[in-house]
Design a protein around this ligand. Structure first.
Ligand SMILES: *Cc1c(COP(=O)(O)O)cnc(C)c1O
Length: 432
C-alpha cells in the first residue's frame, strides 16, 4: 500500500515515509492510494471470528504488501490484547465499548498500533526517532502507553500544568522508561506551539529525528477501521440495517468507519454526533465549511473547532456535498442534553454512559426514531470512570474504577517542569 497527499495526488509515498513524516511536505493529508474490498466470504463467516482474527484479515488486506503475515499477526496479537464487546443498551441500541485498553479510551487502538508499526518499520540504519506530543489529556496517555518499552524510540509528552485532570496527569507522568513527561507552565496551545516550532527548527532537525504521533498520522487512522467490522460481526444476526453513530471531534474515528465501508462493510448509514462544536453539522446543513474557535463542553475530547480529518472526508467523497450527506447525518447536542441523557439511560437501563458516548447515543436515537426498520450501534469512546466529576452526580451508584486506573493512581508522579519558552524546550531536547 502506498499513500498520496490530498494536495498532490500524483506523488506517492511509501508506508514508512507516510508514517514517519506524519504530514506530507505540501501540508495535505495522507490517504491510501487504493482501498481494498474484502471478499463476500469474509462477511458471510465473520460471526465465527474473534476481534483479533477479524483485525488480522482487514489488516492484511490493507498492509499485506508492506508487512509479512507473521509480523502482522504478531502485531495484532500484541496490540489488541483487550476485549471489544458490544453491549445492549436499549431495545435497538448497542454500545461498542472501545474503552478496555490500558488508558480506557479508543485512542489506545490507534496509538498502540502506531507504536508497534513504527517499531517494526525502523531498521538499524535509521536514527532513533523522538516522538513529540502535546496533549490536553487523553491522546498523551494513549501515545505514552503505546510506545512504552518499544525499543529504539523516545517519547516526550508536553502537557499544560494544572490543566489536565488528576487521573489524566497520573496517566501521563507515571510511565517512565523511554517516556518523559514535561509539565509546561502554560496552556495546551502553548504546548502545541512548542511542538510545532520544534518541527520547524533546523538545529533540532539536524540532531534529532523528530516525529509526530498526532491523530493525523495514517498509522493511527488505519486501526480505527478495524472495530467497525467487530460491530458488524456482533449485530449481524439481528438481520436489520445497521446504523453506526460516532461521537466526533477531529473526525479520525468516523473516517475509520468510512474506510471500513469502502472495504465492503455493510453499514447502512453513519451518524456524526457533535457537541456544541458543530462545524461539521453546519457543513452538512449548508454545504459551507467555516472553522470556528472551539468552545468548552463536558465531552471535552470533542471540543474541536476545525476538525483535522475534514479534508480526508472531502477527499474520499471527491468534494461532493451531496455524496457526503447520503452517507452521513449530523446531530448536535449541548451539555444539558448530554447530562439528561446520561441520567435517563442510567435510570431506564442501568447502563452508565460517559459524556462522549451520551452524545453518540442521542444522535443514534434521533435517527432510529425516523428509521423504524434499523438498529444501531454507537461507539463508546471512553470509560465513564475517566469523567467521574460529570457522571457520578447523575447516577445513584458509585462508578466502578477499572484496575488500570487504580494502579495508576497509586504511582508516583514524575515530570520535568518547564516554562512555555522555546529556548528552554530546545535546550532540554538537545541535552537529552
Ligand atoms: C478523541 C476522542 C473523541 C473524538 O474522536 P475523533 O477521532 O477526534 O473524532 C471522542 N471521544 C473520546 C473519549 C476521545 O478521546
Amino acid at each position: 500500500m502506498n499513500f498520496y497527499s490530498t494536495k498532490s495526488p500524483d506523488t506517492k509515498y511509501s508506508l514508512k515515509q507516510a508514517v514517519l513524516l506524519g504530514l506530507p511536505k505540501d501540508n495535505g493529508l495522507f490517504m491510501p492510494e487504493r482501498i481494498p474490498v474484502l471478499p463476500d466470504s469474509f462477511f458471510e463467516d465473520i460471526e465465527a471470528l474473534n476481534f483479533r482474527e477479524i483485525t488480522f484479515t482487514v489488516c492484511q488486506a490493507l498492509l499485506g504488501e508492506n508487512l509479512d503475515p507473521e509480523s502482522l499477526k504478531g502485531m495484532v496479537q500484541d496490540v489488541f490484547d483487550f476485549e471489544v464487546p458490544a453491549k445492549k443498551v436499549t431495545e435497538r441500541t448497542y454500545c461498542l465499548e472501545l474503552f478496555h485498553g490500558p488508558t480506557l479510551a479508543f485512542k489506545d487502538f490507534g496509538a498502540r498500533f502506531m507504536a508497534r508499526l513504527i517499531g517494526h518499520i525502523l531498521d538499524e540504519h535509521d536514527v532513533r526517532p523522538c516522538i513529540l506530543v502535546a496533549t490536553s489529556g487523553d491522546t498523551g496517555s494513549a501515545v505514552a502507553q503505546g510506545f512504552y518499552q518499544v525499543p529504539g524510540i523516545d517519547v516526550v509528552i508536553l502537557y499544560p500544568s494544572g490543566k489536565v485532570s488528576e487521573i489524566q496527569e497520573k496517566q501521563l507522568t507515571t510511565i517512565g522508561g523511554n517516556v518523559t513527561a514535561l509539565e509546561i507552565t502554560g496552556t495546551f496551545d502553548d504546548c502545541q506551539k512548542l511542538v510545532k516550532t520544534a518541527f520547524l527548527d533546523q538545529d533540532l532537525k539536524q540532531h534529532l529525528n523528530l516525529t509526530s504521533a498526532n491523530s493525523i498520522n495514517i498509522a493511527r487512522l488505519v486501526p480505527q477501521s478495524f472495530y467497525y467490522f467487530q460491530a458488524y460481526a456482533k449485530l449481524k444476526h439481528l438481520n436489520r440495517p445497521i446504523i453506526c453513530s460516532v461521537p466526533s471531534g477531529n473526525f479520525g474515528n468516523l473516517m475509520g468507519g468510512l474506510l471500513a465501508k469502502r472495504m465492503g462493510l455493510p453499514i447502512d448509514h453513519f451518524i456524526a454526533a457533535n457537541n456544541d462544536n458543530r462545524v461539521f453539522y453546519d457543513y452538512l446543513k449548508s454545504a459551507k465549511y467555516h472553522a470556528k474557535p472551539s468552545v468548552e463542553t463536558i465531552s471535552n475530547a470533542m471540543d474541536v473547532g476545525n476538525p483535522s480529518n475534514f479534508v480526508r472526508v472531502m477527499d474520499l467523497f471527491h468534494q461532493d456535498h451531496h455524496s457526503v450527506c447520503k452517507e452521513i447525518t449530523g446531530y448536535t447536542f449541548n451539555d444539558d442534553e448530554t447530562r439528561t441523557e446520561i441520567a435517563k439511560v442510567y435510570s431506564d437501563t442501568g447502563y452508565i454512559l460517559d459524556p462522549h458516548g451520551a452524545v453518540g447515543h442521542l444522535g443514534l436515537k434521533q435517527y432510529l426514531s425516523k428509521n423504524p426498520e434499523s438498529i444501531g450501534v454507537f461507539l463508546g469512546t471512553a470509560h465513564p470512570a475517566k469523567f467521574l466529576d460529570v457522571v457520578q452526580p447523575l447516577i445513584s451508584e458509585p462508578v466502578i474504577i477499572p484496575d488500570q486506573l487504580k494502579a495508576v493512581l497509586s504511582k508516583q508522579k514524575k515530570a520535568t517542569m518547564l516554562a512555555a519558552s522555546f529556548k528552554e524546550f530546545k535546550e532540554y531536547l538537545l541535552s537529552k
